[in-house]
Design a protein around this ligand. Structure first.
Ligand SMILES: [Zn+2]
Length: 266
């Protein structure tokens, strides 16, 4: 499982640029997904700078909500564009970060889609909270209803699904900031914290963490709570000149030493 997760984490951040030529059906029932012909990726329309009319592939039962999902994708891109702009990364969102969005009405459908990307590595049981990813420039997620059911932390969060999309897009932006070098994205709490921060997720009732708890999260080998990552990310952000400075520090080999030094100096 751990090995798979590492592979997954690596691959989740990878961009192979391989065109998808095989079936897009994830649950074995090809007919349950529909892609509007007019929405062919090569004709992706620019709505405004950094915001594209990304083709949508939906489970059949979600088809009546197509305009709602289309708006979610537009709003998520707008949100990321604004975030990028406020940090002088605007140009990095000039080109589309994804070429397609797929929304699945069941967790099984989504899990099967993930398995298509990792036929060898995928475990029998994919964690319940895994709800969205970007692979080969395709964003795929469970429906908002399934998401909130499986990820109670996102409950009570306004625009939770839109933020989930922004979160995944933020990972892609982060890769571009690092000029494609994923080894410069820092430790997991950092790059997940970055995406949570960019998407303005889980930003209510933030837990108070002691210095000790913060360090437990920094030192942890296992994947942890996004709610806590958000707090840790913001904790050290306060000690830097800018977000851009913080992001470049995280990619350096002495990042840990820097964190320790800043902690001592309070
Ligand atoms: Zn993430």
């Amino acid at each position: 499982m751990q090995k798979y997760l590492n592979v997954l984490l690596f691959l989740m951040l990878s961009n192979f640029g391989i065109p998808i030529v095989s079936t897009i059906a994830a649950d074995g029932t090809k007919a349950s997904l529909t892609l509007k012909r007019s929405a062919h990726p090569t004709s992706m329309k620019l709505i405004e700078p950094g915001v594209f009319d990304v083709p949508l592939v939906l489970s059949k039962s979600l088809e009546p909500r197509r305009s709602e999902f289309r708006q979610n994708v537009i709003d998520a891109q707008k949100k990321l564009r604004a975030f990028a702009k406020s940090n002088a990364w605007e140009q990095l969102t000039d080109k589309p970060l994804i070429k397609r969005v797929e929304v699945y009405d069941t967790k099984d459908g989504w899990d099967n889609r993930l398995r298509q990307f990792y036929p060898k590595e995928a475990p029998k049981v994919i964690p319940k909270t895994f709800s969205a990813a970007i692979e080969k420039d395709i964003f795929f997620a469970v429906s908002p209803d399934v998401y909130l059911k499986n990820y109670p932390d996102g409950k009570d969060e306004p625009r939770a699904f839109e933020k989930l999309i922004t979160h995944e897009l933020a990972h892609r932006l982060h890769v571009r900031i690092c000029k494609g070098d994923e080894s410069k994205m820092g430790p997991i709490w950092f790059w997940e914290g970055f995406a949570v921060y960019a998407a303005d997720q889980l930003n209510y009732n933030r837990p108070n963490l002691s210095e000790r708890e913060i360090w437990n999260i920094v030192d942890a080998k296992e994947r942890g709570s996004y709610r806590k990552y958000n707090v840790v990310f913001r904790h050290f952000l306060k000690k830097t000149d800018s977000l851009s400075d913080y992001v470049s520090r995280a990619g350096k080999p002495d990042f840990m030493q820097w964190l320790k030094k800043e902690s001592k100096e309070g």
